[in-house]
Design a protein around this ligand. Sequence first.
Ligand SMILES: Cc1cc2nc3c(=O)[nH]c(=O)nc-3n(C[C@H](O)[C@H](O)[C@H](O)COP(=O)(O)O)c2cc1C
Length: 426
Amino acid sequence: MSREVPRVLFANRRPGLTASLAEFERGGGYRGLRRAVAELSPAEVRRLVADSGLRGRGGAGFPTGVKWSFFPHDAPPDKYLVANCDEMEPGTYKDGELILADPHQLVEGLIVSAYALGANRATVFIRYDYERAACALERALAEAREAGYLGEHILGSDFSLEIHVHRSAGRYILGEETALLNGLEGRRPNPRLRPPFPAQKGLFGRPTNVQNVETLACVPHIVAHGPQWFRGLARTPEGAGTKLFGLSGHLERTECFELPIGTPLREIVEEWGGGVWRGRRFKACLPGGASTPFLDARALDVPMDFTALEKAGSRLGTAGVTVFDDRTCMLRVTHNLISFFARESCGFCTPCREGLPMVRECLARLEAGRGTLDDVDWLKEQVPRINLSFCALAQGAMGPLSSLLALFGDEVLDHVGRGRCPLGEG
Ligand SMILES: Cc1cc2nc3c(=O)[nH]c(=O)nc-3n(C[C@H](O)[C@H](O)[C@H](O)COP(=O)(O)O)c2cc1C
């Protein structure tokens, strides 16, 4: 059986159940909030978060303390905090699991973070088909209001906050933070030009901080237990905290696990995932969602932290780990992923709107054995071109494509040489 690991974000997780306010409080819930409003100034909370080494869990891994330092804390209201639970990246489902298991964690995370930032309004932007999670969250918000954790003069302090739940209309681009803000304003969700950054001019032109659900959920734990404790949760000195790893693909067990940052990929695959299914061998994985470059078996001993994965040529991303067995055609996988990204393009910029469908057609030709060596060269040329896209959607799509060409180039060429898929697929 798998080793003992710290349970912080999933401490109250029970199969099929959602933790109540009473359960959350019994486990130390709202202790971070109590400490923040009674003992700490907003600047002191921001300092704790900066010292903790917390990095964004939504994909880019930007240091949260640095992001918060750009926020105009003293600007007059309204100032907004938005929890990003769009979570439409294939292979990523951890935020939905977190809210379903223990919605008060997000509620407390939002309240403490809003206190630190000086925000007076908060919104949870939630994936349209996370209806059960949205309902659990609304119940938790009502409980929190009733208990005095939310609303006017929280726990008798000068701090007041309202939190709303907004159900997404359901597009991947809405996860991009500026497209999300346009969506919240009822506009077409194209990404916005930066600068101005949302911290200066965000929702309805007001200072806005967009943060991932899991990132926010870490904040009260940091306030309650201190930044050194948080750093100590990780298995590598560069890492900090735990991480929700959502496993999928060709594993015996495809669940979401909370593990220390820096847990080696091999341990995640073999111990937590129960090994590659059907007794087959590991061929590749996406370590952090569909927009991260593939890793092959040479990377199995890489610690899953931001720094080590970048050195290994990929990214921690959302830590949605999708595993592929040795019978998988990686060209087929990439074709499937690019089809998703092409479909989800908002159409705003040319490299994404035009480039991704062209790449998709080229991959379809190659997969069917009708491609040429010129097609392979053409694909290579598209990577730097599409990387010029306006936002990170198409750049993310280039992760799987460029790593397909770098790691599985022979397999691609084999499709051309044989005029069919060498693995019998297609
Ligand atoms: C196409 C696209 C989709 C994204 N989807 C999400 C998402 O579902 N959830 C999320 O937290 N961040 C998503 N992001 C990243 C956000 O733009 C933003 O960086 C993040 O919410 C910041 O939170 P963090 O610093 O806590 O990670 C997406 C980015 C892009 C380009």
